[in-house]
Write a new protein. Sequence first.
Length: 111
Amino acid sequence: MSTGFTDKKSSASLKPDLYTLSRIDSAKTRDDLIKWSGKDSIIFSKDKTIIYLYGQAKIICNAFSITADEIIFNKNTNKVFAKNFTILFEGTDSPKTGTFGEFSLQKMKSR
């Protein structure tokens, strides 16, 4: 079974700054913004709907943040797949960790 993760990291790299995306159906409000970063590399699918983040990868949404070794973010479905992740919900001090996780940003934003 393929998880979509690779064992090999790309040699291409971008600045480790947080980049900002707005949801496809975004009304451009602050709550609709998703910030993401990857320290080692960031790769886009050919149609730019899937973003692969490697090395201290991070997704920040209005109610939570996910950090992981690798993250795959699908902008069309708002699904995040994370390998060796830590998730922290806003207003809590206790992060949850795991080896592999699949998250729906829309469901989590409505918590």
